[in-house]
Design a protein around this ligand. Structure first.
Ligand code: OFO
Length: 169
């Protein structure tokens, strides 16, 4: 049976993963309005990944005899006006998620739950990849500045991203 404090920390993180899904869905819809289909695809993959992250934790809680309590998901707010600013927000958000998963691992450590720590390693590695992927897009966006032709080329590149259902844990 999972420790109560750890169960609560998992539930908090599940809410954050679902919020991430919701935030990226809002961003996907924003790019749909701009008719930048590659960006739409990039965010669509984000949406699916965040959904998988949440489901992975929900299934794990169940496996450990815990209870998943779904709370309200905050309204997603797109802070940036430009594409660069939106990706800066994505990076800031992913860094926040990384800090929360680290916190969750701290709780697992505190209650001496080695199995949960092992499970969370996957998420910590995933965060390294997530931040690197966003940093990659950001670097290209900074490079092209206001060049519209180059923006369309990035859009084409982002259209190639695919979702590979992760094997979590
Ligand atoms: Fe984008 O991160 Fe989930 O975990």
């Amino acid at each position: 049976m999972i420790n109560e404090k750890l169960e609560k920390a998992f539930n908090d993180q599940i809410n954050k993963e679902l919020y991430s899904e919701y935030l990226y869905l809002a961003m996907k819809l924003h790019f749909q309005q701009l008719n930048l289909q590659g960006f739409v695809n990039w965010f669509n993959v984000q949406v699916q990944e965040e959904h998988a992250h949440a489901m992975g934790m929900i299934d794990y809680l169940d496996e450990r005899g815990g209870c998943c309590v779904l709370e309200a998901i905050d309204k997603p707010v797109i802070e940036g006006k430009t594409i660069l600013e939106i990706f800066e927000q994505v990076l800031k958000h992913e860094e926040f998620v990384t800090s929360r998963i680290n916190h969750l691992a701290d709780v697992a450590e505190e209650v001496k739950d080695r199995a949960a720590l092992h499970f969370l390693e996957w998420y910590l590695k995933e965060q390294v990849e997530e931040e690197a992927s966003v940093n990659g897009v950001l670097a290209t966006l900074r490079l092209i500045g206001d060049d519209k032709k180059a923006l369309l080329m990035i859009d084409k590149d982002l259209a190639a991203r695919t979702f590979n259902p992760p094997i979590i844990g």
